[in-house]
Design a protein around this ligand. Structure first.
Ligand code: KIV
Length: 277
């Protein structure tokens, strides 16, 4: 008997494209997305059948130990994206344009996005924001670059928000988000990340759009879900918002394994004669 996992309908493809995501949304097959920043993890996620890998600027937090995503540079994003792209055979790879690489003008954004596409081999970029980035999205899309939008809690604006609390609870902000979602779709975004907004609003926005939405802390009514892989795998221990589900406790497994290694080295139980030349 085959142990191969059979994915339903559109998800069961050799190579995921933006068109695949559109088909998955149309046939109501939820899209699974995780972040990835390095070759070894990306290879495992791809082999496990993940649909989309996001080379997120959350690398700033989980890889570099910064408090926010703001310090991430375009050079650093290019490096992480190259590592991820080398590993994948099936997943669609999307790369965050980091803070300061696209807000200045749509020309600056195009130069940054072209660098990502040329130097990494990734399949598209993601950028944060609504109305202020609509012209930029149009310019990138007209240059042939697939763009994923990102609304709700947009971490690059954290000093504007002041907190990481749920966004768009107030009607005025919810209404702006509805308009931004429509404007980003009209500008050519192939999908939208909705981060940390009420589940009812995310479901409503998803129903009103024809492109897929990918939620993080936005409830089950989105077309798919994304988590930061370090959170999902339990590598991070000090970040516990309610939207994170830990699918493993790798923190415990790693601490245990490293402890066992140290004990073996101290007692000369490692290496054995079989492990020596
Ligand atoms: O950088 C990132 O990891 C992200 C996800 C949280 C969507 O943007």
């Amino acid at each position: 008997m085959s142990t191969e996992t059979v994915r339903p309908d559109a998800a069961n493809v050799a190579r995921v494209t933006t068109q695949t995501l559109q088909e998955m949304r149309a046939s109501d097959v939820p899209i699974a997305m995780l972040t990835a920043y390095d070759y070894t993890s990306a290879r495992l996620f791809d082999q496990a059948g993940i649909d989309v890998l996001l080379v997120g600027d959350s690398a700033s937090n989980v890889m570099a130990g910064n408090e926010t995503t703001l310090p991430m540079t375009l050079d650093q994003m290019v490096y992480h994206a190259q590592c991820v792209v080398r590993a994948i055979e099936r997943a669609l790879v999307i790369v965050d344009l980091p803070f300061g690489s696209y807000q200045g003008s749509s020309k600056e954004a195009l130069q940054s996005a072209i660098r990502v596409m040329k130097e990494t081999g990734a399949h598209g970029v993601k950028l944060e924001g609504g109305a202020p980035v609509v012209d930029t999205v149009e310019r990138l899309v007209s240059a042939g670059i697939p763009v994923m939008g990102h609304l709700g809690l947009t971490p690059q604006s954290i000093y504007n928000f002041g907190t990481y609390k749920v966004r768009a609870r107030a009607e005025a902000e919810a209404e702006q988000l509805r308009k931004d979602a429509q404007a980003l779709q009209a500008a050519g975004c192939f999908a939208l990340v909705l981060e940390k907004i009420p589940a009812t609003l995310a479901e409503e926005v998803t129903a009103a759009l024809s492109i897929p939405t990918i939620g993080i802390g936005a409830g089950v009514g989105c077309s798919g879900q994304v988590l930061v892989s370090h959170d999902a795998l339990g590598l991070t221990t000090d970040f516990n918002p309610r939207f994170v589900r830990r699918y493993a406790r790798l923190d415990e497994r790693i601490t245990e394994a490293v402890g066992a290694y140290i004990d073996d080295v101290r007692t000369r139980a490692f290496p054995s004669s079989d492990e020596s030349y």
